[in-house]
Design a protein around this ligand. Structure first.
Ligand SMILES: Nc1ncnc2c1ncn2[C@@H]1O[C@H](COP(=O)(O)OP(=O)(O)OP(=O)(O)O)[C@@H](O)[C@H]1O
Ligand SMILES: [Mg+2]
Length: 635
């Protein structure tokens, strides 16, 4: 630090943005900067030890030696797990004492690039800047539209005389209907810290708003036809035939589909219904699969099904029939680090893992009835009868996710996708989770918040830890894959997990208990059934359920209710310890000790999203460790 510098003057309006600022470019740019700063320090791309904190730790300086300058963060929060959250502006103080507010991510990247721990390529940097710009643009659009949407919700609540959003939803919807609404409405914030959180590169703005859940979108899904000998079909044992299953779940659509094929003069029994996302159909399938259409393997005409895109953008939620499965589809768009194809591995493994978990839940009574899943009952992809290659089918495929049992819930239950807990309420803009804690509308005490958080953590950690330790199954319980069911009085009661296609499992532990999983093996595709080292499986659990989920809930509640210090992480530790204790008797002692150490003391592993982005995904499994916020032993 250069002590001769004058204390930096704070710019006007440096307080954190309020809900009134949402929808503005300034807000979304700050949102992007906050994410960038968090990832740079968490991933160690910029050495966090270079940050000089003010006494009290509310502001910090970062020397930029080569530029003879300093970055000043007047309002910054050093939270557990090396989480650095920039709430205020970012200022550049140069050697000549001039000061400038940095509000553009590209400028910040250029200023910090010299301080990175690796030398990114120019294309890597350009790609990051462009994707962040695209995210910011989409964020602004979504927040503008949100103001109108929230206005309509407020109007409806006033008309109904209900002041609390959870109760309003209970009064208007079935559990399934409320879950669909909340999954879309809660898609506003997107991934919690990824700096290119809303990027949809290549998708024009109008398409983004027409297709994305956070815009309250509805999308048509075409029920095309794939010749049966050109498909690989995977299904759980209870499903005898895919065609019969489809006919039973979508009776009207099935009839229309059959009639359409008969009118073309083809033998309908030789074909399988294949749903295709409306945008993907026009933008990708017609061109990419022109040869298959020509060859008479694929018929793109067919009836349409009206659906709502879920938070993942590509799993589609039909409103009708009332118990219809959700439909997961490939869409040739890049989103948070991957092009959203749906490859053979996911289609084969999804139903297999679903079947194993269902059997385990049966045997374990759903781990005290705390866990249920959306099982992937059927999946299929295009696989040419003679060429027999799995790769071309990754954009012509589907997985069906059953919802009927998971949404058969006691009266008053409200299933909430976890990301929705962070979404600003109509009117106050406070996170949705506050409306669950403060059912009666009065501000909650810290004791009440702590009690709620304890219940919440219990519902997540008990089943997630048990199924991992006992069976070697990693549930990817991140914010978008996890739905928490709240009872009539808003107490957290259970967990509904989705998305098993890429799920990781540890074969030795699973086999020990008499279960087995046939792995998917294909050259160049990373395996997901592990033996040998359990680390990649454990990593999946810690990254999803702890880093991106429970830690984020602790952060938002600490911030919202002004907890000083790490109280909520202490609760998280106590409940995680308790989750280990529950299964202690059933787990080999050495394993129990080692895993407990990994969860409670050792660094938490997590994916290095920003680094991988700048390295243009030359390696998909880059990870780093975060200081374990539950650790008792100081590191
Ligand atoms: N809070 C969030 N956390 C993680 N992902 C989120 C969040 N909000 C939105 N998403 C989006 O959800 C997707 C998560 O990826 P993931 O691979 O788990 O799902 P998927 O396999 O595409 O779909 P599904 O979960 O429907 O099976 C990404 O597209 C990501 O942008
Ligand atoms: Mg998912």
């Amino acid at each position: 630090m250069n002590h001769h510098l004058p204390p930096p003057a704070l710019p006007q309006n440096d307080a954190r943005p309020t809900s009134a600022d949402q929808g503005s470019l300034v807000y979304s740019r700050r949102n992007a900067l906050r994410r960038l700063i968090r990832c740079l320090f968490a991933e160690g791309i910029v050495d966090r030890r270079m940050l000089v904190r003010s006494p009290g730790g509310r502001s910090a300086w970062l020397p930029l030696w080569r530029q003879n300058a300093i970055l000043y963060f007047p309002e910054i929060w050093f939270a557990p797990a090396w989480t650095v959250i920039n709430h205020g502006p970012v200022m550049l103080i140069s050697g000549d004492s001039s000061q400038k507010v940095i509000d553009d991510h590209a400028e910040l990247i250029d200023l910090l690039r010299d301080s990175f721990d690796f030398a990114p390529s120019d294309e890597g940097i350009a790609g990051l800047k462009a994707d962040m710009e695209n995210s910011i643009h989409n964020d602004v659009q979504a927040r503008r539209q949100r103001a109108a949407w929230n206005g309509r919700i407020e109007h409806g609540m006033r008309a109904a005389g209900v002041s609390n959003l959870p109760d309003y939803l209970r009064s208007r919807h079935s559990p399934r209907g409320a879950a669909i609404f909340l999954d879309q409405w809660g898609a506003l914030e997107g991934h919690p810290y990824y700096p290119t959180w809303k990027a949809r590169p290549g998708l024009p703005s109008e398409e983004v708003s027409r297709l994305s859940p956070e815009f309250d979108a509805q999308v048509q899904v075409r029920i095309a036809a794939l010749r049966a000998d050109m498909a690989y079909v995977e299904h759980v044992l209870q499903v005898a035939s895919y065609r019969d299953w489809f006919a039973a779940h979508f009776p009207e659509l099935w009839q229309d589909w059959q009639t359409g094929l008969e009118a073309r003069g083809v033998v309908e029994a030789d074909w399988l219904p294949l749903p295709i996302h409306g945008w993907h159909l026009e933008a990708f399938v017609r061109g990419t699969y022109a040869a298959e259409i020509e060859e008479g393997v694929l018929i793109l005409d067919g009836p349409d099904l009206l659906t709502r895109p879920s938070m993942s953008f590509r799993t589609m939620m039909p409103g009708e029939p009332a118990d219809a499965p959700f439909i997961k589809l490939p869409v040739a768009v890049w989103m948070t680090s991957e092009q959203r194809s749906l490859q053979a591995k996911s289609i084969q493994m999804g139903p297999r893992i679903s079947a194993v978990i269902s059997a385990i839940l049966e045997a374990e009574s759903g781990f005290d009835n705390m866990l249920d899943i959306f099982p992937e009952e059927v999946g299929l992809y295009y696989k040419h009868a003679t060429r027999q290659d799995d790769a071309p089918g990754r954009h012509l495929s589907v997985v069906y996710r059953s919802t009927q049992a998971a949404f058969s819930l006691p009266d008053g239950s409200l299933p909430v996708t976890v990301a929705t807990l962070f979404t600003g309420l109509p009117g106050t803009g406070r996170p949705f989770i506050t409306s669950l804690i403060e059912g009666d509308g009065s501000r909650a005490s810290q004791a009440a918040v702590e009690a709620f958080f304890r219940d919440y953590v219990r519902v997540v950690t008990r089943p997630v830890v048990a199924i991992y330790l006992l069976y070697g199954i990693a549930l990817e319980a991140h914010q978008q894959n996890t739905t928490v069911v709240f009872e009539a009085g808003n107490k957290p009661a259970g967990l509904l997990i989705r998305d098993f296609g890429d799920g990781r499992t540890f074969a030795p532990w699973l086999n020990e208990r008499g279960y087995a999983l046939k792995p998917y093996v294909y050259q160049g595709i990373l395996p997901t059934v592990f033996s040998g080292d359990v680390e990649p499986v454990r990593m999946f659990v810690l990254d999803a359920a702890f880093v991106s989920h429970l830690h984020e809930v602790a952060l938002v509640l600490s911030d919202e209710y002004g907890f000083q210090g790490p109280r909520l992480w202490e609760v998280l530790r106590e409940e995680t310890e308790a989750a280990f204790d529950v299964v202690k008797e059933r787990v080999e002692p050495g394993r129990w000790e080692q895993e407990r150490e990994a969860f409670l003391e050792e660094p938490w592993p997590t994916r290095s999203l920003l680094r991988m982005h700048m390295q243009k995904y030359s390696d998909y499994r880059v990870q780093h460790g975060l200081k374990n916020p539950l650790a008792k032993i100081p590191s």
